[in-house]
Each structure stands twice: as structure tokens, then as C-alpha cells.
Ligand binder design. Structure first.
Ligand SMILES: CC(C)(COP(=O)(O)OP(=O)(O)OC[C@H]1O[C@@H](n2cnc3c(N)ncnc32)[C@H](O)[C@@H]1OP(=O)(O)O)[C@@H](O)C(=O)NCCC(=O)NCCS
Length: 178
């Protein structure tokens, strides 16, 4: 794994009680396009992307990259989780691993995001021992704020960016609160 640390990438698929976290495959294309084209998913992320643009940008299997997990429920993708090393959009996060999550609206309200993110953080704690993870989300994104708290992220600061108040949180191994 080049971007996150010395651990092996890709890991074997990660199984939770209800989900599997795995690398993208060709059959995930439609779900990934839907994730980025959904107005509900994009509400606090600068809006949805045009579907035709996405169709062109993702001609086959969604791209594989260390830290990118598809979240699979019974063989179909319901969301994605990323743990990328932050390169520039946030000064506070520079060089740190940043957690990102997007789930299809029909999968909200079932605890899937909590279950999948907790497993991804567990994996990260093993792959990059002792390293913190950061997270930025709009404070208006209530579901995301609740998820961050459940995962054990602690507020580091709030700031204005992209015309909205942003919440910046930090997670350390052992902080999972359930
Ligand atoms: C942010 C996001 C992932 C949160 O999704 P979510 O489904 O609310 O998150 P959770 O997995 O924590 O689910 C919690 C809900 O499931 C319910 N739930 C049902 N069954 C459950 C179970 N077995 N275990 C846990 N919770 C369960 C909880 O009671 C809670 O319900 P509530 O919303 O009525 O309070 C989702 O809204 C999303 O993808 N948003 C768009 C993308 C986005 O804004 N990302 C932020 C990037 S910074």
C-alpha cells in the first residue's frame, strides 16, 4: 500500500455482521454513478454530479485505489468508504488519513454506515498502528455529525469553508464508542 502505510493493500474482504468491505468491481459501476449523481447524497457535498459526465468518467469498473472500500450488502453496493491521505483541501488534515463515507439514501437509517466505518477504522488501526484519522463534515449534515460521534471522533475545531460551517474531528485507535 503506497498511500497509507506499510500494510498490504488490498486487504482480504472485510466481513462485518451484515456487510462486506471490498475493492471495486465492474458490477459496482451503476451504484457508484448513482452515489455521485444522487441529489440527497450530494446535499452537503457541493451538490450532485451530472449523470452523463459520470457515465463518461467511469466507463468500466470504478477505480481501485488504496483506502477505497465498496460496502456490499448481499452482493450489491450500498455505499463507499475512503481512507485517503489528505493532500491539500484542508490545512488541518495535511498528511493525515481522512475518513470519507457516502451511502445510497435507501440504505440510510439502518446502521450500515456505522457498522462499515467501524470496521474500516479497525482495519486502519491494524494497518497503520497508532495513527489518528481525521474527518471534516458540515455541521448542518446532521446524519454525518451523528455518525462521527458514534465512531468516536472528537471535535478539534469548527471553521467556515465552502460557504458553510465545517466540523473537523479526530479519531485515535481505541476511541470507538459503540
Ligand atoms: C452520512 C451518512 C453515511 C449517514 O447514514 P446513516 O444511515 O444515518 O448512518 P448510520 O449507519 O449511523 O445509521 C444510523 C441510523 O440507523 C438506525 N439503525 C437502524 N438499525 C440499526 C442497527 N442495527 N444498528 C445501528 N443503527 C441502526 C439508527 O437508529 C439511526 O437512525 P436515525 O437516523 O433515525 O437516528 C449518510 O447520510 C450519507 O451517506 N450521506 C450523504 C453523504 C455525506 O454527506 N457524507 C458525509 C461526508 S463528510
Amino acid at each position: 500500500m503506497t498511500e497509507l502505510g506499510p500494510g498490504a493493500w488490498p486487504p482480504a474482504p472485510i466481513r462485518t455482521e451484515r456487510l462486506v468491505l471490498r475493492e471495486p468491481e465492474a458490477r459496482d459501476r451503476a451504484a457508484v454513478i448513482e452515489l455521485f449523481a444522487s441529489p440527497e447524497v450530494g446535499t452537503y457535498l457541493g451538490g450532485p454530479r451530472p449523470r452523463d459526465e459520470l457515465e463518461r468518467e467511469i466507463p468500466g469498473a470504478p477505480s481501485r485505489r488504496p483506502g477505497r472500500f465498496m460496502v456490499d450488502l448481499d452482493g450489491a453496493v450500498i455505499g463507499q468508504i475512503t481512507l485517503y491521505r489528505e493532500t491539500g483541501h484542508l490545512r488541518q488534515a495535511a498528511g493525515k488519513a481522512e475518513l470519507g463515507y457516502l451511502f445510497l439514501p435507501e440504505a440510510w437509517g439502518c446502521g450500515y454506515a456505522t457498522e462499515a466505518c467501524a470496521a474500516a477504522l479497525d482495519w486502519f488501526a491494524d494497518a497503520c498502528p497508532g495513527e489518528p484519522v481525521v474527518l471534516a463534515t458540515q455541521t448542518a449534515n446532521v446524519r454525518s455529525m451523528r455518525l462521527a460521534a458514534k465512531l468516536g471522533f472528537i471535535e478539534a475545531e469548527r471553521f467556515e469553508a465552502y460557504g458553510a460551517e465545517q466540523w473537523f474531528g479526530m479519531w485515535s485507535p481505541g476511541a470507538l464508542s459503540d
